[in-house]
Design a protein around this ligand. Structure first.
Ligand code: BTN
Length: 324
């Protein structure tokens, strides 16, 4: 851990003032060097009070997705042990895909305050304004056949929904394949990308986009009807740091649970969270639009639709709209 992360965690846990002298003894560096580190921390946005002749006192941490902030109090076995945090990137998925190609550790997290070319599913762009959302990607090396990728949609969808519910108490639902919905509006989504050979997934990047504290008026006009944010639905702003820690925790839990127990119990949870079954849907496929009733979501994450012509279609990619 770098020295500034240790200084800040010491100050944070020590509710009283810590003197410069004590810190300089602890780290075996001069008091001037300590003061320089404190100044650096202040530059990043930490509020640290200096009391004359007494020392330093922690006041607050910045609302920034800094690696050391996310790691603070994160009790995971492997996810987030390596966190790459940026102010702005093109897309966190691009960076994570590149890291995975170079065999970065499983569980490596890439996170940014904003993305200039955030990607959504079906070739759409993903609105990723600075400092108001969680735009993050995580690397996995699962033992999976390429055609089993849909399972991971179920695993990570459930994990994300459970984490948001736990942190915000909002009535989160999942909309197939994996939109995070609150009161019928989209507040987040998941984009899973992979590299695979014929019979084995080589690596997988799970991209999470969550509109946390985005005011409705910030959304581009074409999204204002259909999109929302957690703060908008909750009526107050939400602590992004404690939310991302909980998301990483739940993602690890469900990933390990999936490895141990398989997809069956996770699909059950997904079905409870999604409330998709039974509804009449308009389904936009990459090349056509069909209508029908959702009869099931199978263990590969595919949607089974009984069409208006009485046929059953198995859909692996598309967008759904509820008709009734
Ligand atoms: C969707 O279309 O619903 C999926 C949206 C996924 C967006 C996230 S933001 C972090 C990661 N980086 C990207 O470019 N996209 C994903």
């Amino acid at each position: 851990m770098d020295i500034e992360a240790v200084i800040i965690s010491l100050l944070r846990e020590h509710h009283e003032v810590i003197s410069g002298e004590e810190l300089s003894r602890e780290f075996n560096i001069s008091r001037v060097a300590i003061w320089k580190h404190i100044e650096n921390l202040r530059q990043i946005g930490y509020k640290i009070e200096a009391e004359a002749h007494r020392g330093y006192r922690f006041i607050s941490a910045p609302d920034r997705v800094l690696a050391m902030e996310i790691r603070y109090g994160l009790k995971t076995r492997f996810i987030g042990h390596d966190i790459r945090a940026y102010e702005e990137v093109s897309s966190t998925n691009d960076i994570a895909l590149d890291l995975a190609r170079r065999e970065a550790k499983e569980g490596t997290v890439v996170i940014a305050e904003s993305q200039s070319s955030g990607r959504g599913r079906m070739g759409r762009s993903w609105f990723s304004p600075f400092g108001k959302g969680l735009w993050a990607s995580i690397i996995f090396y699962p033992e999976l056949l390429p055609n089993q990728l849909g399972r991971m949609n179920l695993v990570f969808g459930v994990a994300l929904a459970e984490a948001i519910k736990k942190e915000t108490s909002l009535p989160v639902e999942l909309k197939w394949p994996n939109d995070v919905m609150v009161s019928g509006k989209k507040a987040g989504g998941i984009l899973i990308e992979m590299s695979a050979e014929m019979d084995q997934v080589k690596y997988l990047v799970v991209g999470l986009g969550l509109n946390v504290n985005v005011p409705l008026s910030d959304f581009p006009k074409h999204l204002r009807e259909s999109a929302s944010s957690l703060s908008q639905e909750k009526g107050n702003s939400i602590d992004r740091l404690s939310l991302i820690r909980e998301i990483l925790r739940q993602i690890e839990n469900y990933y390990l649970f999936f490895k141990e127990k398989g997809i069956t119990p996770i699909r059950e949870k997904w079905l409870v969270l999604s409330k998709t079954l039974g509804h009449y849907l308009k389904v936009e496929l990459p090349a056509r639009t069909i209508y029908g009733q959702a009869v099931d979501v199978d263990e590969e994450g595919a949607l089974l639709l009984r069409t208006e012509h009485g046929l059953q279609e198995r859909i692996t990619a598309g967008d759904i709209y509820f008709i009734s």
